[in-house]
Ligand binder design. Structure first.
Ligand code: SF4
Length: 473
């Protein structure tokens, strides 16, 4: 019986779409894109941008379009291509602005109603909201609002902020946001769309990325710069910590709505979440990953026949590792790109077989060889164990696992879906115990210092909480 009391096999809050990689990775929790360009075909443009941000969320996708008088919304569960298989009339709307979102829910929030953007109609007009991140005081704020009579239809922070804005009594959105923002705690990059404006907002620590770009003379906002490249836009700059940008008929207005105590960029964006062709804080993610691999090789060299990486996020670090030691770099592990991240109505056994379905070693490459396998991180250790076992079964003589980040010892409260502390293998066991558990010949992690040097940003400007246990706020 599930937690709701019926006889389905689900736990409360779970959809029938189980995440294959509910395995062993920290999971990103959304990508946002916004554009203000009166008279342009913004549905197509936003659709293309969402394709570029698909890696940040595969559970649902949505696009809100403003025609200047009204806001139209289309969203649904699935990949961007599944949600928008045809243009379905939206293509005919001559828009003023658009807001797009791809969603990956934290556990317990995988419900269709949580798809974004969220569209609300309140006294001041229409408002579409989408975000990337997590409000750490959401429960507290929600309980307070519910006690005062508010009714919520979703479990999203977008609905929470929409309620706060509507109740603020302020006549315009900018001043309403300035009024409610001091009450919010957490990591968030929000984009709001009204009939005639687009507003971007980043939390005072700028944990989650948000960049400003220019497309055909119009302004665009995106979680990652790879979306700018896809649509032919150029990056102007990152939205600053605590900054709100209001984009409308009069161009761009920047308002420092909250003081910034410090910068705390999520270091995991560089290690795993972001696409390698994106730039974050003016650092290219591909080049950072290459440096992570090189540094890992300097810290933990190994005599081996070849180096391979776990596709896709670890391939760049693996090539850096191989280059540094002068070892051959091979594609020793092949990823099935047609499985996707989710299965409909899976059973436990399909979840268990998930790694085998997605990854397969090339026997002819690894047989009889001493193999270095580079991965970006270890969360629970289950995937690493299966991977090592796969290489052994494929005939590898030795399997040396090298991790291009330090051990993960704490959960993330800033918008990344992580298992509980008790499930994090790095929080429970030392490196030798982990090695024995997963069955690798040797196991080594990158040092904290090596990570900072490779990223090229000092630790006091990064969030490294899942590696250090030191939460910036
Ligand atoms: S704890 Fe910090 S570094 Fe780790 S994933 Fe979360 S925001 Fe990123």
């Amino acid at each position: 019986m599930c937690n709701s009391g019926c006889y389905c096999s689900r736990k409360e809050g779970e959809s029938n779409r189980v995440i294959l990689s509910n395995s062993d990775k920290m999971e990103e929790a959304c990508g946002v894109f916004g554009v203000y360009a009166p008279g342009e075909n913004l549905f197509r443009l936003t659709n293309f941008a969402l394709y570029a941000l698909q890696h940040r969320g595969q559970e649902s996708a949505g696009i809100a379009l403003s025609d200047g008088c009204d806001i139209h919304l289309k969203k649904g569960q699935g990949l961007v291509a599944e949600v928008f298989p045809h243009w379905e009339g939206f293509n005919d709307i001559t828009a003023v602005g658009a807001l797009g979102h791809v969603y990956y829910s934290a556990r317990g929030k995988a419900r269709p109603e949580n798809s974004q953007p969220l569209l609300v109609r309140y006294r001041q007009g229409n408002l579409a909201v989408a975000y990337n991140g997590n409000l750490t005081n959401a429960s507290e704020l929600r309980e307070k609002l519910e006690a005062e009579g508010s009714i919520f239809q979703t479990m999203t922070d977008s609905e929470l902020i929409a309620h706060l804005v509507a109740r603020s009594g302020r006549r315009d959105l900018e001043s309403a946001l300035q009024n409610v923002l001091p009450a919010l705690r957490g990591a968030y990059s929000f984009i709001f769309l009204t009939e005639d404006r687009l507003i971007g907002l980043r939390d005072p620590y700028a944990v989650r990325p948000l960049s400003l770009g220019r497309w055909r003379g119009h302004l665009v906002l995106s979680s990652e710069t790879c979306a700018f490249d896809t649509i032919g836009a150029e990056k102007i700059r990152d939205i600053q910590p605590g900054e709100m940008v209001v984009i409308g008929r009069d161009g761009l207005k920047s308002i420092q709505v909250m003081p910034s105590p410090r910068l705390a960029l999520c270091v995991f964006e560089f290690i795993y979440f972001a696409r390698p062709d994106s730039d974050i804080h003016d650092r290219n993610v591909y080049l950072v990953r290459k440096r992570l691999g090189r540094q890992l090789a300097r810290e933990h060299p190994v005599q081996a026949d070849l180096v391979t990486g776990v596709p896709d996020s670890s391939l760049t670090a693996a090539s850096g590792f191989a280059e540094e030691l002068g070892l051959p770099y091979e594609w020793g592990l092949i990823k099935n790109r047609y499985i996707g991240r989710t299965f409909l109505q899976p059973r436990q056994e399909t979840r268990d077989i998930g790694v085998q379905l997605k990854l397969n070693p090339v026997k002819q490459v690894v047989q009889g060889k001493k193999v270095v396998v580079v991965d970006d991180s270890i969360v629970r250790g289950t995937t690493s164990k299966r991977l090592v076992n796969m290489f052994v079964r494929a005939g590898a003589k030795e399997v040396h696992l090298r991790i291009a980040s330090p051990p993960i010892i704490g959960p993330c409260y800033y918008g990344i879906d992580t298992p509980d502390h008790s499930e994090l293998i790095g929080a429970r066991q030392n490196i030798e115990e982990i090695r024995r558990e997963i069955g690798a010949t040797t196991l080594q992690y990158l040092s904290h210092r090596g990570m900072f040097e490779s990223v090229g940003i000092p630790p006091d400007k990064l969030c490294t909480a899942c590696f250090s246990g030191k939460y910036p706020f």
